[in-house]
Design a binder for this molecule. Structure first.
Ligand code: FAD
Length: 383
């Protein structure tokens, strides 16, 4: 067992950290306040090869491994979690499932522009009546002479206003309810319409929208096997959750950095507050929980990279890291006192951004169900 990052991993971590420090962190509060999607950041990330960091070189990616991608997400999210989720959805919820389930022709057409960052990806599963219960979607696909007619609405789709390529899920098999009978399709931006931009608690530099579609697609837009789309969605989320764990670790680390800096400079009762053991105890707990979360995330990433089962490891990593992020961003506000509660300090943004990591790509309750099922087998499955 080797807990050291390789020199290649450290190199990409440093690249992402330096980019985030100069191109993201100084502007993150402004983007949050103005609810602005910083499109220019993604062009610069593309120049660095980071929009396709774990995509093989033959498809115009950087050819790095999944842990490298996780390291990049952690560093970007440390500066701005909205930038982090934009890259996470683009990569692990759009580019990677195309690579995993696409035909040779689909991969050749869609993956290189995504990996070069010339196109942005999105993943559209959730609907008004189907979130955790994703098998309840009612968007539907009807077979036509040339392919499919797809119609439906989707809710809370990250990157929706800016994406070029969408993976969209629709029910295609009649008489089959629940998770069976769903298929995955590849749609272009011209085939979906944005009906509403969501106003969120945090993550304000990311785009989250409702979509509607009512369009004909050729048969070659079916991704994976007909009626097996739920499997595409679940495999996608298995990997995606590791990325959300990395996002949570990045946010929590930013909160710890801010709390440590403040503990050294803020004085009360004639001392730096960092001299009080109550503050030291908080910082020590924060650092320990964040490190534990980081190790769970890196372990899950390595299992995925080596083609080993990673459903439970990914669920554990996301569950723990997201709860650490929520808890420890709150503790960071406590260390900063009244200042931490104001918009002058970044920790209130970290606190707002952290919360969503307990919700999307499967809530904490759903992660616990995934983990419990692995412990209890059939007993843990819904009846
Ligand atoms: C900012 C943001 C971005 C998002 N981006 C995307 C995206 O790009 N693409 C996409 O498809 N979706 C996206 N989503 C949707 C997200 O994945 C869902 O919000 C999430 O899966 C939860 O679904 P829900 O909100 O409908 O909650 P619900 O399913 O209604 O759950 C409500 C509560 O009930 C609990 N619950 C539900 N079922 C069970 C159960 N069986 N046992 C115990 N508790 C249960 C949940 O844990 C939760 O606490 C996004 C959401 C947000 C907020």
């Amino acid at each position: 067992m080797d807990f050291e990052l390789t020199s290649e991993h450290r190199e990409i971590q440093t690249l992402a950290r330096e980019f985030a420090a100069s191109e993201i962190a100084p502007f993150a509060s402004e983007w949050d306040r103005d609810r602005r999607f910083p499109a220019e950041v993604f062009s610069k990330l593309a120049d660095l090869g980071l929009m396709g960091v774990c995509v093989p070189e033959e498809f115009d990616g950087a050819g790095c491994d999944f842990l490298s991608y996780v390291l990049v997400l952690e560093e970007l999210s440390r500066a701005d979690a909205g930038v982090g989720v934009t890259l996470a959805v683009h990569t692990s919820a759009c580019t990677l499932p195309l690579l995993m389930f696409g035909t040779t022709a689909q991969i050749a057409q869609y993956v290189p522009p995504l990996a070069r960052g010339e196109a942005l990806g999105a993943f559209a599963l959730t609907e008004a009546g189907a979130g955790s219960d994703a098998g309840a979607i009612v968007s539907h696909g009807t077979e036509s002479a040339t392919g499919w007619h797809l119609a439906g609405t989707k809710q809370w789709i990250t990157n929706g206003s800016f994406a070029d390529t969408f993976i969209v899920f629709a029910r295609t098999e009649t008489g089959v309810e629940g998770p069976r009978g769903i298929s995955a399709f590849i749609l272009d931006a011209s085939q979906v319409a944005v009906t509403r931009e969501e106003h969120k608690l945090g993550l304000n530099s990311s785009s989250t929208v409702d979509l509607v579609f009512d369009t004909d697609v050729l048969a070659d837009r079916l991704l994976g096997e007909r009626g097996r789309g739920f499997g595409v969605a679940m495999a996608t989320l298995d990997g995606g959750r590791i990325g959300i764990g990395a996002q949570a670790v990045g946010i929590a680390q930013a909160a710890l950095d801010a709390a440590c800096a403040y503990a050294k400079e803020r004085r009360a009762f004639g001392k730096a507050i960092g001299e009080f053991q109550a503050i030291q105890q908080k910082l020590a707990t924060m650092a320990t929980e964040i490190e534990a979360a980081r190790l769970l995330v890196y372990r899950a990433a390595m299992l995925k990279e080596h083609g080993k089962p990673h459903t439970v490891a990914g669920a554990q990593a996301k569950l723990f890291a997201s709860e650490v992020a929520r808890r420890q961003t709150s503790e960071a506000i406590q260390v900063l006192g009244g200042y931490g509660y104001t918009k002058e300090a970044p920790v209130e943004r970290y606190f707002r951004d952290a919360k969503v990591t307990e919700i999307y790509e499967g809530t904490s309750e759903i992660q616990r169900l995934v983990i419990a099922r692995s412990l209890l087998g059939e007993l843990g499955r819904p009846s």
